[in-house]
Design a protein around this ligand. Structure first.
Ligand code: ADP
Ligand code: ZN
Length: 216
């Protein structure tokens, strides 16, 4: 399956994408994770991306599109993939259209995780991410020591761009630059809207049934 997962920051895209990728046997491609990895390794791309990430702004379309084109050309993507966090602008949709045309591929579906803004703000304030494996955890209760990552025992940290002032900017970018994609994909009859409020397992169940219908 060739899938895209959309939704505002804090909607649970990363968490659900990891599970879906395992369940459906397609690689999870998160542009946010890829940029954070470049920053961590201080590659030339990472040095360019850092300032955008720190401000909650989008990295220029051509830079993201080239990175994704290269990733999708890899062997493990030939039978399918799950894109998380790309495309995020109409220009990125066009870039992906061109990549797909080159490979002779069609999108299977675009999944939208819907979560109200008040809820994503609360979730992000509580979100901690494992420094070791990137798994998502929660903030410790006030006055208690943080628990280690349940997946690898690593240390849980707040993502630099999860600070409140950066989150406000990311939400604004989502509303202004990314939300217009919904109309594009709705018109192409690719958009599948999923209620993103509920437990992780509930939301995962909804995504799985939606994909069963797509595949059927
Ligand atoms: P979230 O969806 O929670 O905002 P991500 O991890 O997907 O988080 O993205 C974090 C940051 O990485 C974004 O704020 C942006 O700076 C950069 N980024 C990720 N994907 C893209 C993209 N497709 N286009 C431009 N910038 C991106
Ligand atoms: Zn971990």
């Amino acid at each position: 399956m060739r899938l895209e997962l959309m939704g505002p920051p804090g909607a649970g895209k990363g968490t659900q994408a990891r599970r879906l990728s395992g369940a459906r046997g397609v690689p999870h491609i998160s542009t946010g994770d890829m940029f954070r990895e470049h920053v961590r390794k201080a590659t030339p791309l990472g040095r360019k991306a850092q300032a955008y990430l720190d401000r909650g702004e989008l990295i220029p379309d051509s830079v993201v599109a080239d990175m994704v084109a290269q990733r999708l050309a890899a062997e493990d993507c030939q039978a399918g993939y799950l894109l998380d966090g790309f495309p995020r602008t109409p220009e990125q949709v066009r870039a992906l259209d061109a990549i797909l045309a080159r490979h002779g591929w069609q999108r299977s579906a675009v999944l939208l995780l819907e979560v109200p803004e008040a809820e994503v703000v609360a979730r992000i304030a509580n979100r901690r991410v494992c420094a070791g494996c990137g798994a998502v955890g929660r903030a410790p209760r006030a006055g208690t020591a943080p628990d280690p990552c349940t997946a690898c025992g690593g240390r849980l940290e707040q993502r630099a761009d999860d600070r409140e002032e950066v989150v406000r900017e990311r939400l604004k970018v989502y509303r202004e630059e990314t939300a217009p994609l919904l109309a594009i994909y709705r018109q192409r009859q690719l958009l599948v809207e999923i209620d993103g409020v509920g437990t992780e397992a509930e939301v995962f169940g909804r995504l799985q049934s939606a994909l069963d219908r797509v595949a059927a």
